[in-house]
Design a protein around this ligand. Structure first.
Ligand code: 2AM
Ligand code: CA
Ligand code: CA
Ligand code: CA
Length: 278
């Protein structure tokens, strides 16, 4: 790690502070009516709360670290995030559809990267007051309990999770095949609707694996660090290291069945090629 321990602690404290503040603000705003807009379709929502919460987090970060960059889903940060050595990757509300419909099962995701290396990851579930976080080299925690994936899970015993978008593009990409192929190999499949929370649950052993064909950097930026620090494995579906500043497929799981899961996902990719998907 190329940053000082004191800096690392300051980054962790600020990330935790921002995540808690953002979560509390979301809960507060949920009590009153708020506007909901369609981004690209009826299944792609953004609310006034997403924007307000991101603005609040961005302002707080820049007050402490004016020379840091921020990559956030709602693009509140002015400027090119990729020009900065230290980059905060944030999703103010991960699971906006859940925020609107269920009023539970959404999270705040905040990660800090330095020259592409993940230093701090925080995923906060305000409804349950659960703070999942990790600092590179210092382990992962849920509130103050250390998270360690010590149990060896077999694929047939695994509870797996995925995010799907039942739209034309998802079908072209063969998401139907992913679910069908994996469903027969595992104990159960779940769709919770907040990728960041799903990855945090993998770190906590509540889920054994998470797979997605396509996520944005702010969806997996924090969850990836938390899963790795808990002893899990996180890569793209083809086994490459995850990027930190752009879209990617994601697989995150208990290390015991990583190779086996990858094998099935590789088959799925071949099937996708057969279908003419790119
Ligand atoms: P969001 O709520 O921040 O938009 C839902 O299954 C999960 O996928 C959530 O983490 C959601 O994040 C994310 N998501 C929503 N639309 C998406 C899209 N078009 N591509 C990738 N991820 C998306
Ligand atoms: Ca969104
Ligand atoms: Ca998201
Ligand atoms: Ca979001």
């Amino acid at each position: 790690i190329r940053v000082q321990a004191s800096t690392l602690t300051a980054l962790k404290e600020l990330a935790l502070h921002c995540a808690r503040g953002a979560g509390q603000l979301s809960l507060e705003r949920m009590k009153q009516p708020f506007t909901v807009e369609y981004k690209t379709s009826a299944s792609d929502l953004v609310t006034a709360v997403d924007k307000e919460v991101e603005k609040h987090v961005v302002e707080t970060i820049l007050r402490h670290f004016p020379d840091h960059g921020i990559l956030g889903e709602e693009s509140t940060f002015a400027g090119d995030p990729r020009q900065f050595d230290t980059l905060w990757v944030i999703d103010p509300i991960d699971g906006t559809t859940n925020f609107v419909h269920q009023q539970i099962n959404f999270s705040v995701s905040i990660a800090v990267y330095h020259k592409g290396e993940g230093l701090v990851g925080v995923v906060y579930d305000p409804s349950r007051d659960e703070m999942f976080y990790a600092v590179k080299g210092e382990g992962a925690y849920l509130n103050d309990r250390p998270l360690r994936l010590e149990r060896q899970v077999k694929l047939e015993e695994a509870l797996l999770c995925t995010s799907v978008f039942w739209n034309k593009r998802a079908e072209q990409m063969g998401i139907d095949l992913i679910v069908k192929k994996l469903a027969g190999k595992v104990r159960g499949m779940r769709l919770l609707g907040s990728a960041a929370l799903e990855m945090a649950y993998v770190a906590a052993g509540r889920l054994d694996g998470y797979v997605s064909l396509s996520l944005n950097a702010w969806d997996f930026g924090a969850g990836r660090i938390i899963v790795e620090e808990a002893g899990g494995r996180v890569t793209t579906m083809t086994g490459s290291p995850l990027p930190f500043d752009r879209k990617s497929s994601v697989m995150a799981c208990n290390p015991a069945f990583y190779e086996e899961l990858q094998h099935y996902l590789t088959l799925t990719e071949n099937d996708m090629a057969d279908k003419g998907a790119t």
